[in-house]
Design a protein around this ligand. Structure first.
Ligand SMILES: [Zn+2]
Length: 505
C-alpha cells in the first residue's frame, strides 16, 4: 500500500477528520438561489452560506453546458485537456454526431440507443481524456473511499454491474447497454448501477423524479457510513428552468434543498451532519432567459452550405461540406474536407459574423492564435506576456477588445459581460473535438437543435455570457484558506476537494 493511502486510512480510523459532501445543483442561478433564500424556501443552503462562505461568481466552462462543465468540475481542467467539447458534437474519426441527450426529438435523429451509450458509457470511457484523472480516481488511488449518485461523469476504478430489470433491462440486453460501468467504490446511477442494491428507483431518470432518487440513494449511503467523499447530484433544477425560465428556479432550488435536507435529517440533523461532514455546494452553470429561437441550420442553408444531417446516407454524407452541432447557446461547425479548412473557415466566419441574432464567432488561426469576431469588431489573442487576467494567466491580444467585452487596467485584462473570456474561449477552441468555428447567439436567443427544439419562454445556457456562466458556490467546513479568494472557477472544485483530504492527514 502506498504511503499516502496508509496516511488516509489512519486518518479515517481516528474519526477526527471530516468526510466531504459535494452537492451539485444543475444550472442553479445565483440570483434565483438568493430569491429562494429570501423567501425562506432554501433553509439548508442559507444556513451553509451563513456559517461558511459563498460566491455567486463561480465561473463555468465554455461552452457553459453540463457535459463540459461536469468534466471540468470532476477533473479540474477545461475542455482543452478533459476533451469533452459540447452537449452535441461531431466525432470526425467515426463520422457521426455525439449526442448526450440534448432533447428527445434530437435524440431520435441521433438514434436513441446511440444517445444512451454516449451518455452512460462513452463520455466516461472514451470521450473524457484518460490523462485527466477524475477526483474519484485521484482519491480512490490514495485509499479514500468515494460514493456517487447519478452524475454524468462517474469514472473510477471499481466495476459495477448493470442492474436494469424488466422491459428496459431486456431491451438493454439486446442493444448492448447491459455492460458494467467503472466508478467509485459506491455508485448508484439512475436505475442502471446500484452497488448497494437499494430500493431507490428513478423511473428511468424522468425529470422531476431525479432529485428524490439522489436523496434516497444518499440516505442509504450515509446510513452505512462507508465513504469519505460523497457526491450528491440534484439535476432537476436544470430541466425545470429550461421549461419555465430562470425566474421560476426558486421552486426547484427549494426542492433540491429539501431533498438534501432529507439526507441530513436521516443522519440526525444539520448539526450532527456538519460536525462530521464538510460541504461544498456548486452549480455547473447558470441560466439565461430565451425570448426567441435561432435557426442556425437554416442560416447556413441560406448561405448555401451543405450541412451533414445526423445518420445521413453515404451518398449525401459524401456531398456534405460541413457538420453542424447547434447546442443551446453555442454552435460548433466542422469543415469536413480538411484540405478546405483554409478557404471554408473564413467563409463561415464571413457568413455568420454580421447576422443580427449572432453574438460571437470564434475560431483558431494558423500559428496558434485564437480569433473572435463580433460584427465588425475582431480580436486575436494567444497565451503570452502582455496582460494578466484576473486568474493570473497572461495573454497577448491584438485588435478590437470589444469583441470579448474586454477592458484593461494597470496591466490587467478582464470582461464583466464575458467573465474569464480569454482563458475560457482559448480552452474551448483548443479542445481537439471542438468545431473549426464556434458561434454564440445574442443574449435572449437560443439555437434550435437538430430536433427543432429551443426553450422559447424558458431558460438556457452555453455561451461565454455572464448570464449563462456565473454559477453558485457554497463552502462549509473546508478550504478556509480560500475564503477571501476573489475569483472562482468551477475548475477550483477539484482542488478544494483534493486539498481537503491532503490537509487532514
Ligand atoms: Zn441545461
Amino acid at each position: 500500500m502506498p504511503e499516502s493511502s496508509k496516511a488516509a486510512n489512519s486518518s479515517n480510523s481516528t474519526g477526527s477528520a471530516k468526510k466531504l459532501v459535494l452537492v451539485v445543483v444543475d444550472g442553479m442561478r445565483p440570483s434565483s438561489l438568493a430569491s429562494a433564500i429570501d423567501d425562506g424556501a432554501a433553509p439548508t443552503f442559507a444556513r451553509l452560506i451563513r456559517e461558511g462562505y459563498a460566491s455567486s461568481e463561480c465561473i463555468s466552462s465554455f461552452p457553459s453546458l453540463t457535459p463540459v462543465a461536469t468534466s471540468m468540475i470532476v477533473t479540474g481542467n477545461g475542455p482543452d485537456r478533459h476533451g469533452v467539447p459540447s452537449m452535441h458534437w461531431y466525432k470526425r474519426d467515426e463520422r457521426r454526431y455525439v449526442d448526450y441527450g440534448i432533447s428527445f426529438p434530437a435524440a431520435r435523429r441521433s438514434g436513441l440507443i446511440s444517445v444512451l451509450k454516449d451518455l452512460v458509457y462513452r463520455i466516461n470511457e472514451e470521450h473524457l481524456s484518460a490523462s485527466t484523472p477524475t477526483f474519484f480516481e485521484s482519491l480512490e488511488r490514495a485509499g479514500i473511499r468515494c460514493a456517487c449518485t447519478t452524475y454524468m461523469i462517474y469514472r473510477g476504478p471499481h466495476e459495477h454491474e448493470f442492474i436494469g430489470s424488466g422491459v428496459p433491462g431486456a431491451l438493454a440486453g439486446v442493444t448492448g447497454m447491459s455492460r458494467p460501468g467503472y466508478g467509485p467504490t459506491d455508485l448508484i446511477y439512475g436505475d442502471i448501477f446500484d452497488s448497494r442494491g437499494t430500493d431507490c428507483r428513478s423511473n428511468y431518470g424522468v425529470p422531476g423524479r431525479r432529485d428524490q432518487h439522489t436523496a434516497c440513494a444518499g440516505i442509504e449511503i450515509v446510513a452505512d457510513g462507508g465513504y469519505d467523499f460523497l457526491l450528491l447530484s440534484f439535476p432537476d433544477n436544470d430541466n425545470y428552468s429550461h421549461r419555465l425560465g430562470p425566474e421560476a428556479q426558486p421552486a426547484s432550488i427549494a426542492n433540491a434543498d429539501a431533498q438534501f435536507q432529507r439526507v441530513i435529517d436521516s443522519y440526525g440533523g444539520y448539526r450532527r451532519f456538519t460536525e462530521d461532514h464538510a460541504v461544498i455546494v456548486v452549480s455547473d452553470h447558470s441560466h439565461s432567459k430565451v425570448n426567441e429561437g435561432v435557426d442556425l441550420l437554416l442560416m447556413l442553408a441560406e448561405h448555401e452550405w451543405d450541412v451533414l444531417a445526423p445518420r445521413q446516407g453515404r451518398r449525401k454524407r459524401n456531398a456534405a461540406q460541413i457538420a453542424a452541432s447547434p447546442a443551446a447557446r453555442v454552435g460548433n461547425l466542422y469543415v469536413l474536407d480538411e484540405d478546405r479548412l483554409g478557404t471554408e473557415v473564413p467563409l463561415l466566419v464571413h457568413d455568420l459574423r454580421r447576422q443580427a441574432t449572432i453574438d460571437q464567432v470564434l475560431w483558431l488561426e494558423a500559428g496558434n492564435e485564437a480569433a473572435v469576431a463580433m460584427g465588425e469588431a475582431e480580436l486575436r489573442f494567444a497565451p503570452g506576456t502582455q496582460y494578466e487576467d484576473l486568474r493570473g494567466q497572461k495573454w497577448d491580444v491584438d485588435g478590437d477588445l470589444s469583441a470579448l467585452g474586454l477592458q484593461t487596467q494597470d496591466g490587467l485584462i478582464f470582461s464583466e459581460r464575458y467573465p474569464d473570456a480569454l482563458a475560457r474561449s482559448w480552452s474551448g477552441l483548443t479542445c481537439a473535438d471542438t468545431g473549426d468555428v464556434m458561434v454564440t447567439p445574442e443574449i435572449g436567443y437560443e439555437f434550435f437543435d437538430w430536433g427543432g427544439v429551443a426553450h422559447v419562454g424558458g431558460g438556457t445556457h452555453g455561451s461565454l455570457h455572464h448570464a449563462d456562466s456565473a454559477a453558485q458556490l457554497i463552502v462549509h467546513g473546508t478550504g478556509e484558506s480560500r475564503e477571501h479568494q476573489s475569483t472562482w472557477s468551477i475548475a477550483d472544485i477539484n482542488n478544494l476537494i483534493l486539498e481537503h483530504f491532503t490537509a487532514r492527514r
